[in-house]
Design a binder for this molecule. Structure first.
Ligand code: MIG
Length: 660
């Protein structure tokens, strides 16, 4: 059952797409002093799930989180905000219920942080809708929630292949070299990503003619090798006379305005930019149609970046800061002045105050950006998705975004933002998966190998052994960090085998993906969602159920040669060096120490289950998903969902096959 409550006059976020009657009873946990506050008591062992892309554990208890979409490539345990705002939680325990706090601006979740036994949710203002969902269990609550927020995005099948990306592939030769090396090493690959380097002076929908003289030909050549090029699009539009996107945006008032009604200026990679007002339907349409510049060159996928939106600085604040610094440096800088100085400089990037300085035009009314901040990235991806449905109606286009709000899951996937080549970030990514699935985000994954910092070979292998299970499987790294294309490591063959195993798993992963989409289910679940009476299962923070047949328990510690795994039931352990070289062993319910050398992937098949496993796939093009063999318990069966991999609506070509 879903109860909806409305406070004040909330901005229509469009997260919920089903009509729900507003409840007549007063919401019990509410009080206000200008900021809406919701207070719940937590029993000693209550668990709080959710919040999508956030830091810390599967159980969110014991920290304070802030939904405020924010570019933080340096995030760690102490962080409070990341790239997405996914305000859905499930309290599980003495009382079990789901709650969605639908508000476009900032909102804080104090989940047993100030007081262990209390959860306090505080909105920035008084305007929001709240949905309280009760049901049979956590899965049922998720299903009801997913049903009201609309069906999740389905990418083309090729997007389930492996992708190589790097910020710093500077020209066509770099791209061809990556493709060549992957082929030479015998590593399957379905996509290569173009980061901002392909553009002319970081201008959206342009291609640098010196470094990429013929992008169409490059895209065509790559496609003959089964590789899709996936370019990046940034939110900010460069201010430059004669640049059509800039000129049109100015002419039609498609950009966000400052308080004086002028186009607001921020600075990001292109230098000074304007931000498209993605909250205006007309601006969305206009920007979305620009993607055809690239689809006309044969491009079939995009990633949308910097759409929190990230702002490196604004000119006002920079000028003020420089003036302040001049004052500080005119005399002898004492220690206090020194800290004021470094603080001011660090505070330029992503300064919260800058988001108070620009406005969206909503049906002629100026709405302050900070009141609707968390909707910006979602509407950028929506702009692309809706336009591409018109431009290429016959097929799916790959989209994923950095910033998002619930609702964005209908238009594309998300990647989990800038992480680091840290061991802890393998676990962090994994802990976000079920929370993201709860909020509808199924097409997701982390920058495999880590984006910032320097990777090591062992980190890469372990990361692959985790990421090869996630729908989005992309190796991505930042300019200036150690190179991490798989062919550069000593043990290329170990990495190659992991990628091949991924391709063998695609029939299963894709099938479970489609089931999750079509039935409003989660692809990745905490153990306790299926083993609700098992007190031990409730405490597991580093294993996940994948679909209804698998459990994953990756190794995420350096120099570990295995790890402890908890089995909530008897399972079949699979230990794989390659897809044709593996052993299986039945293990009983309970704790086990599981060895796993660096070149061994270990996963678990649930009791009496089996998964489709294609031992020959070399790319998504020749993946035979019609009749793969089954891997798992003898005499078990599997119901496989598949489709043609491109039709915009999966049900148009859906095939349901019972495999024995
Ligand atoms: O300020 O385009 O998250 O994936 O490589 C950094 C360069 C801008 C941030 C993205 C990252 C991308 C990078 N971008």
């Amino acid at each position: 059952m879903i109860k909806k409550y409305i406070y004040g006059n909330p901005f229509p976020t469009e997260a919920v797409v089903k009509e729900i009657k507003v409840s007549e009873d007063k919401m019990p946990f509410f009080e206000t002093d200008g900021r809406g506050r919701f207070t719940f008591n937590l029993a000693e062992h209550d668990i709080v799930y959710g919040l999508g892309e956030q830091i810390r554990g599967i159980n969110k208890r014991g920290w304070q989180y802030v939904s405020w979409n924010y570019d933080n490539p340096n995030h760690h345990e102490d962080t409070r905000s990341l790239y997405g705002a996914h305000n859905f939680i499930i309290v599980s325990g003495k009382e079990t219920f789901g709650a969605f706090f639908d508000c476009a601006g900032k909102i804080e979740f104090d989940i047993g942080y100030t007081q262990r036994s209390e959860m306090k949710i505080t909105a920035a203002g008084n305007d929001l809708s709240v949905y309280i969902i009760t049901g049979e269990n956590e899965k049922d609550i998720v299903k009801q929630f997913r049903n009201i927020i609309g069906r999740s995005y389905v990418p083309p099948l090729w997007a389930f292949g492996y992708g190589q990306s790097r910020w710093g592939y500077r020209n066509e030769d770099d791209i061809r070299e990556v493709a060549k090396q992957y082929k030479a090493a015998g590593i399957p690959i379905d996509s290569i990503y173009l980061d901002i380097d392909y553009m002319e002076r970081y201008k959206d929908f342009t291609v640098d003619s010196e470094r990429f003289p013929d992008l169409k030909k490059l895209a065509d050549d790559m496609k003959t090798q089964g590789i899709h090029l996936v370019p990046i699009i940034d939110a900010g539009v460069k201010i430059e006379e004669g640049y059509d996107v800039y000129e049109e945006g100015v002419q039609h008032n498609y950009f966000c305005k400052n308080a004086e009604g002028e186009d607001f200026v921020g600075a990001v990679w292109p230098g000074r930019v304007h931000f498209p007002d993605f909250l205006q339907p007309e601006a969305r349409k206009w920007f979305g149609r620009k993607y055809s510049v690239l689809t006309d060159m044969g491009i079939e996928g995009f990633w949308n970046d910097m759409n929190e939106p990230a702002i490196f600085y604004t000119e006002d604040r920079l000028a003020d800061t420089c003036a302040e610094i001049e004052k500080l440096t005119s005399g002898n800088m004492g220690i206090n002045e020194y800290f004021t100085f470094t603080g001011m400089v660090a505070g330029l990037n992503g300064n919260t105050g800058d988001y108070d300085k620009f406005y969206h035009n909503i049906n002629g009314k100026m709405v302050k950006h900070s009141d609707v901040h968390n909707l910006y990235g979602m509407n950028m991806t929506r702009s692309a998705f809706e336009a591409l449905q018109e431009i290429c109606p016959e097929k799916r286009t790959l989209f994923f975004s950095r910033s998002s709000y619930i609702g964005a899951h209908r238009y594309g996937g998300i990647w989990q933002g800038d992480n680091k080549s840290w061991w802890s970030h393998i676990l962090q990514s994994m802990q976000q998966l079920p929370a993201l699935n709860m909020a509808g985000f199924l097409f997701t994954g982390s920058d495999t190998g880590g984006f910032g910092c320097d990777v090591t070979e062992d980190l890469m292998l372990r990361w692959l052994q985790y990421s090869l299970f996630t729908p989005l499987f992309r190796n991505h790294s930042a300019d200036g960090t150690r190179r991490q294309e798989l062919y550069r490591f000593d043990n290329v063959s170990a990495a190659a085998e992991m990628i091949k195993i991924r391709y063998s798993l695609i029939p299963y992963l894709y099938s479970e993906y489609l089931k999750a989409v079509l039935n409003d289910e989660m692809m990745f679940k905490p153990l306790a969602f299926d083993f609700s009476d098992d007190d031990m299962a409730k405490q597991v923070e580093d294993q996940l159920l994948l679909g209804n047949e698998l459990m994953i328990a990756p190794v995420y510690k350096q120099n570990a040669r295995g790890r402890y795994v908890y089995l909530p039931e008897e399972m079949m352990m699979v230990r794989m060096k390659s897809r044709n070289d593996f052993q299986t062993q039945i293990l009983e319910k309970g704790h086990h120490y599981i060895n796993s050398e660096l070149d061994e992937l270990v996963f678990f098949i649930r009791n009496k289950k089996a998964i489709p496993f294609d031992r020959t796939a070399e790319s998504t093009e020749n993946t035979d998903i019609s009749q793969p063999e089954l891997l798992g318990y003898p005499d078990s069966s599997y119901v496989m969902y598949s489709d043609n991999g491109i039709s915009p609506k999966p049900e148009d070509s859906l095939k349901v096959t019972a495999l024995h």
